[in-house]
Design a protein around this ligand. Structure first.
Ligand code: GRF
Length: 186
């Protein structure tokens, strides 16, 4: 299955997907890495790995035009599935319905808990003992689609949001490739 990955920054989950895709028995390949941030660190990495990239800043462009360009870039690359990996922009209903049930996302909480931003600080503030990450289908509702898989990590005494984020991120890097493989072969 041909997968396009959307990123906005560092791209460590994208890198984990690319690394996993190189295993001989992996059922997906990453055919394009696209970003709303032309300066995203992950884009430079993808380029250096010989993966096709596409970048377009939405600044000063009407959102429907911006998204139509993203959609075209993904289709030109032959993407069949989209994996969001730290893509920090809300998709329009048009885009979601054009790719219905073919977009997945990784979110750094145990959904349905802590949708949206600042998940780690919120989990610590709530006094939770366990945090984690979820891979889910993308629908019109933010972080609201069906959960495909989750991984738990402990919250330790003295954790701040950064320490917890680092522990959760390590879990993300093993969860996402595994769940994407299941998703594309479902
Ligand atoms: C990850 O924590 C992911 O769960 C969240 O944004 C972060 C992206 O990190 N959606 P990276 O760009 O994959 O390194």
């Amino acid at each position: 299955t041909r997968v396009g990955v959307l990123i906005s920054g560092r791209g460590s989950n994208m890198m984990a997907l690319v690394a996993a895709s190189r295993a001989p028995d992996c059922p997906y390949e990453i055919v394009v890495v696209a970003s709303d941030k032309p300066s995203a660190a992950g884009l430079a990495w993808a380029l250096s790995e010989g993966i096709p990239t596409f970048a377009l800043s939405p600044k000063g462009i009407d959102k429907p035009i911006y998204e139509a360009a993203m959609d075209a870039a993904l289709r030109e690359a032959g993407a069949e599935v989209i994996a969001l990996a730290g893509y920090m922009r809300l998709l329009t209903d048009w885009f979601v319905s054009a790719w219905r049930d073919r977009i997945v996302n990784i979110h750094p909480s145990l959904l349905p808990q802590y949708k949206g931003l600042d998940t780690h600080a919120r989990a610590i503030d709530a006094g939770d003992a366990v945090a984690g990450c979820s891979v889910h289908v993308v629908t019109e509702e933010l972080d609201g689609g069906a959960v495909l898989g989750q991984a738990e990590v402990p919250i330790l005494e003295g954790d701040d949001a950064d320490a917890l984020a680092e522990r959760v991120l390590a879990a993300e890097h093993s969860l996402y490739p595994r769940i994407l493989a299941e998703f594309v072969t479902r």
